[in-house]
Design a protein around this ligand. Structure first.
Ligand code: NAD
Length: 303
């Protein structure tokens, strides 16, 4: 069993860290939020006062932080992981960040005799709890092989995407598509409702056409259609992902028309004060504006 560190104990990171403890590893944790740290300590983790201290206590350090700048700072900044981690230690970077940041942080660690495996995650906070996340893995094969027992605590579906940064390239590609499909759903459904169509009719018809998609069939019925916009995937994080994708697309010479459109909808929700709410709030904003509602009753289980 390994000494594992974990930095970033939010909606995703807290259950992922708990699963590392359940896997029998010892765990040292750090987060800017003391309540998040206290919950992990109660479960058996050791609290650290800086990322450097987490590094010094660990063979592997997982980072699950909001944005690229937080990741760079926690790993390479003052009192960062790299100041504490021994040579041969591995950072497992699981946040959603751009491949360029991932590669440059990894290069810096490798110069210091450490390594970085990128393994951002797919699916939801529910899958973080059950340890059934999809892992998109990039890095050097030998480092990936060593990190595998830690990764296996958090996910049950692994995709090897290539060398350093390729897991993050896969994740950003996934998220710009998933998020812009979600924004497109809200606009189309709001239009249909305003024309007088019912949600049930639109579901029945579109189930049989090219319009059907998993945001509509699976994600929206579990959140927005039940009137729930409690944070699962926060709008501020979705906007960050799409912004990173737009910048990447444009740096590659791809006109980011759909990405920029989706980003405008997300940024408008942030300006309206909804950055911390789930992306389901985008639908509610249009409903409020148009005086319509897309709701369905939760399915009642027998017994
Ligand atoms: P979150 O905002 O709930 O949690 C982030 C945590 O990091 C918070 O506890 C915060 O206090 C801590 N933090 C922020 N800056 C820090 C710093 N400098 N040092 C230490 N701790 C710091 O975010 P989340 O939903 O857990 O997402 C984390 C990452 O995973 C993001 O990159 C997100 O895009 C990605 N992601 C989220 C989901 C989801 O459904 N929520 C799914 C897949 C991937």
């Amino acid at each position: 069993m390994a000494n594992v560190g974990f930095i970033g104990l939010g909606v995703m990171g807290a259950p992922m860290a708990l699963n590392i403890l359940k896997g029998g590893h010892s765990l040292s944790v750090f987060d800017l939020n003391p309540d998040a740290v206290a919950r992990l300590v109660e479960a058996g983790a050791t609290a650290c006062s800086s990322p450097r201290e987490v590094g010094a206590a660990s063979d592997f350090v997982v980072t699950m932080l909001p944005e690229p700048r937080h990741v760079r700072e926690a790993i390479l900044g003052k009192d960062g992981v790299a100041e504490g981690l021994r040579k041969g230690g591995i950072v497992i970077e699981m946040s959603t960040i751009d491949p360029k940041t991932s590669q440059s942080v990894g290069d810096e660690l490798r110069k210091r005799g450490m390594n970085l495996v990128d393994s951002p995650v797919g699916k939801t906070s529910e899958h973080a709890v059950t340890g059934t996340l999809t892992l998109m893995i990039g890095g050097e094969p030998e480092a990936i092989a060593r990190a595998e027992p830690v990764l296996d605590c958090m996910g049950n579906e692994k995709y090897y995407c290539g060398g350093p940064g390729m897991g993050h390239a896969m994740k950003i590609t996934n998220n710009v598509l998933a998020t812009t499909i979600m924004v497109a759903n809200t606009e189309a459904l709001a239009m249909g409702l305003k024309c007088g169509l019912t949600l049930e009719l639109m579901q029945s018809v579109m189930k049989n056409t090219m319009a059907w998609n998993s945001q509509f069939s699976t994600a929206m019925p579990k959140k927005g259609f039940l009137g729930d916009d409690s944070p699962g995937f926060a709008i501020r994080l979705a906007a960050k992902d799409v912004r990173l994708a737009c910048e990447l697309e444009e740096s590659l010479g791809i006109p980011s028309r759909i990405g920029r459109g989706g980003l405008a909808a997300l940024d408008a929700a942030i300006v309206a004060g909804y950055g911390d709410r789930d992306t389901a709030r985008l639908m509610f904003m249009l409903e409020e504006k148009l005086g319509v509602e897309a709701r369905q009753q939760p399915v009642k289980k027998a017994g």
